[in-house]
Design a protein around this ligand. Structure first.
Ligand code: NAD
Length: 497
């Protein structure tokens, strides 16, 4: 059985921990690896190696740090298919979907290639007599990232390329479910010439996370995962004096106005609702058609599409979605479908009991569609993270906006319409961090930043892009007087011009 290694101080090594977690292939239900859950001493060793490496790395000219990123990008391009295979094997998403994830990760590396420009400071001459002032952003030191299972390559790349390019050293604690893709990416970064200790990968669970959050030598923590853990990480990390950005869960709505192109909207809902088996924080899990006629027409278009979804393992090139990540998660999703029926939602397509010939032990759930879901129902309030789309019928546009703004999550949202006035009004009024107009999954590109509102993000910074650079650096302003030729004697009042 394969045992997943840690990567500390430039070397891969198996953890000495006696505690181990299984890693499964969700397509077959087979255990394919064992993951040691690192000890606190191993986290300490990773932090010590990062702390030793950081000063020289932070002092390396940004252009040279950027060259490592350029090389890393080239290697990622060359190994994109290998990374995608690792992702699919442990996560279950289709190969093309995994390739898309790798590509979006690479775009964050491309952004980090511009670090000399991004770190360029500001300078003001003559802020006083013979006095100049400059300001620039400097690295924090050792920083850490804790990541979820659903994007095992991309979400770590939301974090460490920017952090490292800024001159920090990084500790990555990936998800226990699919640890191999971040290890392959680590190999590539080392091959690109990143010095030992600048990126360390330590696997583990709550014990490792808690130790990272409390560690006095870690200056900042980026977290992406579910909302209860994000809130916990934010509170514990900030209590320990760290800068923390903690991105949480979501319940993303898509409003369909009566004037929308309904075929386009239905296709968008299929991709955004069922792609990656709904295991995306930007998945659309609630469709909000406005008016009964729009709702009836939308359901008529969705039902056959959901019934004919092609479900299969990543090795099946025709598959549109794969299995869920673990048996436990599959059972949880099925439990939500049971609950929806129990609470009175109308089950239009039932994905329970789906079985795939030859893959009977895989963690599959068929595409599921609920109509007449109401806002008090559990399947509306909670994040399901599976291939389950709920239709909530709104009598009018104002009601659609109101119900979305009342939801505790505020990650992504979309509106489908041909009406520019309505779209503009929606973008203005909606209390959600990322808004799509006729775009179902409005994930910002790498040179913007990603972040939800309300209980989808704890902290003041969104992730990657310009906000990422801000998060991983701190501002220093230097005021200088050369030559000190102006003699004014001791001055006891506050300096002014
Ligand atoms: P999760 O919260 O279970 O795990 C995330 C990380 O936290 C993992 O590394 C895990 O080891 C660690 N962790 C788990 N339980 C912990 C505990 N009790 N104490 C400390 N650490 C703990 O999330 P997941 O199931 O891996 O990922 C799915 C979730 O992530 C969904 O809620 C999804 O919406 C969210 N997500 C959000 C974004 C975003 O950008 N907002 C992006 C991707 C995923």
């Amino acid at each position: 059985m394969q045992v997943i290694e840690n990567a500390v101080a430039g070397k891969r090594a198996v953890s000495s921990s006696g505690r181990r977690a299984p890693v499964f292939n969700p397509a077959t239900g087979e255990q394919i690896a064992e993951l040691p859950l690192s000890t606190t001493a191993e986290i300490d060793a990773a932090v010590a190696s990062a702390k030793a490496a950081q000063p020289a790395w932070g002092n390396t000219p940004p252009l040279k740090r950027a060259r490592v990123m350029f090389k890393f990008k080239e290697l990622l391009d060359r190994h994109a298919a290998d990374l995608a295979r690792e992702i699919s094997r442990e996560h279950g998403k289709t190969h093309d979907d995994a390739l898309g994830e790798v590509q979006r990760g690479i775009e964050c590396v491309e952004y980090a290639c511009g670090i000399p420009e991004l770190l360029k400071g500001t300078f003001s001459r003559n802020v006083g007599p013979a006095i100049d002032s400059y300001a620039d952003r400097q690295p924090l030191g050792v920083v850490a990232g804790i990541t979820p299972f659903n994007f095992p390559a991309m979400v770590p790349m939301w974090m460490y390329p920017a952090a490292i390019a800024c001159g920090n050293a990084f500790i990555l604690k990936p998800s226990e479910r699919d640890p191999s893709a971040p290890m392959l990416a680590w190999d590539l970064l080392m091959e690109a010439g990143c010095p030992e200790g600048v990126l360390n990968v330590v696997h583990g669970d709550k014990e490792a996370v808690d130790h990272i959050l409390d560690h006095p030598d870690i200056m900042a923590v980026s977290f992406v995962g579910s909302t209860p853990i994000a809130e916990y990480v934010y509170q514990r990390g900030t209590r320990a004096g760290k800068r923390v950005q903690a991105l949480g869960g979501a319940k993303n709505h898509m409003v369909i106005l009566p004037d929308a192109d309904l075929d386009q909207a239905a296709d968008a809902l299929m991709g955004a609702g069922y792609g990656s088996a709904g295991e995306r924080c930007m998945a659309i899990s609630v469709a909000v058609p406005v008016g009964e006629r729009t709702a009836d027409a939308l359901i008529a278009k969705l039902k056959p599409r959901v019934e004919s979804l092609k479900i299969g393992p990543a090795t099946d090139k025709d598959a549109e979605m794969g299995p869920l990540v673990t048996a436990m998660h599959r059972d949880k999703v099925v439990g939500y479908i049971d609950k929806g029926v129990e609470e009175g939602a109308e089950l239009v397509v039932d994905g329970r009991g789906f079985s795939l010939q030859g893959y009977e032990d895989g963690y599959y759930v068929g595409g599921t569609l609920f109509d007449r879901v109401t806002t008090d129902m559990t399947i509306y309030r909670e994040e399901i993270f599976g291939p389950v789309l709920s239709v909530v019928r709104a009598p009018d546009y104002a009601d659609a906006v109101k119900l979305i703004n009342a939801h505790e999550y505020g990650n992504g949202v979309a509106i489908f319409t041909r009406d520019g006035d309505a779209a503009r009004d929606f973008a203005d009024k909606i209390e959600v961090g990322m808004v799509g107009v006729n775009v179902p999954i409005p994930v910002p590109v790498a040179y913007h930043s990603f972040g939800g509102w309300k209980r989808s993000l704890f902290g003041d910074h969104s992730i990657y892009g310009p906000e990422g650079v801000h998060f991983y650096t701190r501002l220093k302003t230097v005021t200088t007087r050369w030559p000190a030729g102006i003699k004014s004697g001791a001055q006891f009042t506050f300096p002014t011009l």
